[in-house]
Write a protein that binds this ligand. Structure first.
Ligand SMILES: NC(=O)C1=CN([C@@H]2O[C@H](COP(=O)(O)OP(=O)(O)OC[C@H]3O[C@@H](n4cnc5c(N)ncnc54)[C@H](OP(=O)(O)O)[C@@H]3O)[C@@H](O)[C@H]2O)C=CC1
Ligand SMILES: Nc1nc(=O)c2c([nH]1)NC[C@@H]1CN(c3ccc(C(=O)N[C@@H](CCC(=O)O)C(=O)O)cc3)C=[N+]21
Length: 303
């Protein structure tokens, strides 16, 4: 008798993201040396949410490492909406700023929708503006939201580009992750199911998935017995939980990793999976936005 000791391949988002950032770095080098253009990314953070501050710090570090300019705006938690809209207007008109990212969610006095609508669609490196989401769903080639783009790149890498005909189940239907990812996987000719909090018998729906993506925001929500043997599992969740020792917090995903890794064919860890890809894709989008604004062809960045 054989016992099943198969464990999933660990999808190394950290390494794949580093490759993307290295290519972006070479593209930036060419833009600077051949055209005198240095891409600039502005990041706006309202309030002092500690998790958001970590992302903003990582983004700043990696933007500078890629040779781009980083402009950071930290606004007080009770900044009125009008003041944020004025800042966005200035960034829209600033020729040194090629990409604008306003960290979401925003405090309650500010409407996310109003802020996203105020960003120049050509500088919308998050791909959240309705002009860009409309273009995405109409088959165009706008900036694509960074986290879904990162997920689709991880899947292409893991499955050798062979996504066509596979059944992808995405748990979560946010504008940031679930909905745009459904579009990208549809483009790859997956059969796509979007599940959410009203889905009936979610474990049974998940068990049909050749590709299972969890973007729920609940620690270890997806269990091992929800997973079809051999499936590719992408864990988007970033949850900070107590790690048992005094006041220490650790990061866990939306998937119960150990259980899932015993059944899946491949799985992303948290941290080190989707998170680093999100930032790499943001830098990629910033290079593309810069080239579009300057009427330049995107350099190949081949090393
Ligand atoms: N790694 C990265 O780069 C990023 C990670 N994240 C992380 O990904 C996770 C999801 O983020 P985001 O999409 O913004 O989250 P949202 O809170 O906007 O959306 C969560 C989705 O999960 C669904 N959901 C909630 N509870 C259940 C349930 N019991 N059963 C089935 N579905 C459920 C909701 O359904 P309904 O619509 O019905 O309410 C909703 O569609 C979070 O952990 C976030 O921190 C987010 C962005 C980037
Ligand atoms: N306008 C906007 N665009 C976003 O793309 C956006 C946003 N708002 N709000 C918040 C979410 C979340 N998000 C992450 C980015 C990187 C990591 C990341 O680098 N994670 C590391 C760990 C970092 C850590 O230790 O916290 C990892 O998973 O390995 C995580 C989460 C982008 N988001």
């Amino acid at each position: 008798m054989t016992t099943n000791t198969t464990t999933a391949t660990r999808i190394d988002g950290k390494a794949i993201a580093a490759d993307i950032r290295a290519r972006v770095g070479r593209q930036v080098h060419t833009l600077v040396s051949d055209h005198g253009v240095t891409p600039g990314l502005a990041v706006v953070l309202v309030g002092e949410d500690s998790a958001s501050q970590v992302y903003v710090r990582n983004k700043r570090k990696q933007t500078l490492e890629a040779g781009m300019q980083s402009f950071e705006h930290n606004l007080d938690i009770d900044t009125p909406q009008a003041e944020l809209l004025e800042l966005i207007d200035r960034l829209n008109r600033d020729p040194a700023v090629n990409g604008i990212l306003v960290q979401l969610p925003l405090p309650e006095q500010i409407s996310d929708a109003a802020v996203i609508a105020a960003i120049d669609p050509d500088k919308d490196v998050d791909g959240f503006h309705e002009v860009n989401t409309g273009r995405l769903w109409s088959g165009g080639n706008p900036p694509v939201p960074c986290t879904p783009l990162g997920c689709s790149l991880l899947l292409k890498h893991t499955l050798d580009g062979d996504l066509a005909g596979r059944h992808a189940v995405i748990v979560g239907r946010s504008n940031i992750v679930g909905k745009p990812l459904a579009n990208l996987l549809l483009r790859e000719n997956c059969t796509v199911t979007i599940a959410h909090s009203k889905t009936r018998d979610l474990p049974a729906v998940c068990r049909q998935a050749d590709i299972l993506v969890a973007a729920v925001g609940r620690p270890k929500f997806v269990r091992g017995d929800w997973i079809k043997p051999g499936a590719a599992v992408i864990d988007v969740g970033i949850n900070r939980v107590d790690d048992g020792s005094e006041g220490k917090r650790k990061l866990v995903g939306d998937v119960a990793f150990d259980e899932a890794a015993a059944v899946a064919g491949a799985i992303t860890p948290v941290p080190g999976g989707v998170g680093p890809m999100t930032i790499a894709c943001l830098l990629h989008n910033t290079v593309h936005a810069t080239c579009a604004q300057k009427g330049l062809t995107v350099p190949s960045g081949e090393g």
